[in-house]
Design a protein around this ligand. Structure first.
Ligand code: FE
Length: 335
């Protein structure tokens, strides 16, 4: 009831003060965002209203709200979420010179229905001095029986894993992807549970030797109030695997404008702001993500992890192969 009330208030407010706010449906769950939204509010006087939930729930909500949806901007933490929103005809093309000039083609939808705001890489994290660094070079290696009982990775309902498997499909086809997923399952140290940081902590504490995690979580563990996270990550090192015929797996967090956005101008301003130099710097320094704007550097900590070459497949493929990836995870018994 309360939820319903809040929503109708939102609709009403957006109708009355159309030019003074932007309604953001966001799957991002990082503190930096609060700071960014505040910066935008101070700069433009446009109030940012945020609804936070998983992309799948936000997409369902926009669908059921239909033409009356108050959503202006959809932000996801994964390319497949944006792809799904576009496929369901929930987004619209964004007419912005700034965005098309500054965000490279591989990091946006071909009809400009969404733009990446940050890049993140899904990598291997191992103990400093561990033999893993000599034994593992590629994502394909993760399925090698020599790593039996060594891998800590979260569950298959997580979009970061789904996109990684989507990339495996893009490189090798579905048949190989199933063999690969079965191989990784056979190599798991434990049944999947917890988030990316949980996997890193487990390996730091001697459970398995390979944790699979997104890069920025390592930064967030270093820069953490919780001593147990700092202690765990101080023992660890990042290894950037690559695909046999490609580079290191890249995913994006990005934004699109909702099809029935009541504050379209504000929505575009908001996304342009998130792609501006100041905002990109904060994504880099505050959340340890890779900026998408040319000329903005990664944080010192992130740079210290080393360089890698982005995978060669198109980011859109992650969305195209998502359904197949989910099915394959199921068949492989990846919990
Ligand atoms: Fe995340």
């Amino acid at each position: 009831m309360l939820k319903k009330l809040a929503l109708s208030t939102l609709v009403l407010t957006s109708a009355l003060f159309a030019s003074n706010e932007v309604n953001v449906y966001s799957h991002r769950h990082y503190d930096t965002d609060k700071q960014l939204f505040k910066m935008f509010e101070e700069k433009t006087g446009i109030k940012v209203n945020v609804v936070k939930a998983k992309a799948s729930a936000l997409i369902k909500r926009i669908e059921s709200e239909g033409k009356k949806s108050p959503a202006d901007v959809l932000i996801t933490v994964d390319a497949a979420g944006l792809y799904a929103a576009k496929s369901k005809d929930l987004l619209q093309s964004i007419n912005s010179n700034y965005l098309t000039t500054n965000i490279s083609e591989n990091l946006r939808d071909k009809d400009n229905q969404w733009f990446a705001l940050t890049k993140r890489s899904r990598v291997v994290v191992h103990k400093i001095g561990s033999d893993v660094q000599n034994q593992l070079k590629t994502y394909e290696d993760l399925a090698d029986p020599k790593f039996k009982g060594q891998i800590m990775v979260r569950s298959s309902n997580n979009e970061y894993n789904q996109s990684l498997l989507a990339a495996v499909i893009a490189h090798h086809g579905e048949e190989y992807a199933l063999t690969w997923a079965k191989g990784v399952v056979a190599n798991m140290a434990k049944e999947p549970k917890g988030n990316d940081r949980y996997q890193v902590k487990a390996v730091a504490n001697g459970i398995g030797s390979i944790a699979i995690a997104n890069t920025y979580y390592i930064g967030k563990m270093v820069d953490n109030k919780d001593k147990s996270q700092r202690d765990a990550v101080s023992k660890m090192k990042i290894l950037f695997p690559k695909f046999e015929n490609g580079g290191t797996h890249i995913n994006v967090s990005g934004a699109g404008v909702a099809k029935y956005s009541p504050n379209k101008e504000n929505a575009i301003k908001f996304i342009e702001f998130l792609a501006s130099k100041d905002a990109q710097k904060l994504f880099a320094v505050g959340n340890y993500e890779y900026p998408v704007l040319k000329g903005v550097e990664s944080s010192k900590l992130v740079s210290s992890w080393g360089e890698f070459k982005d995978d060669t497949i198109s980011i859109n493929t992650l969305g195209e192969n998502n359904k197949a990836a989910v099915k394959i995870f199921d068949k492989a018994g990846w919990k």
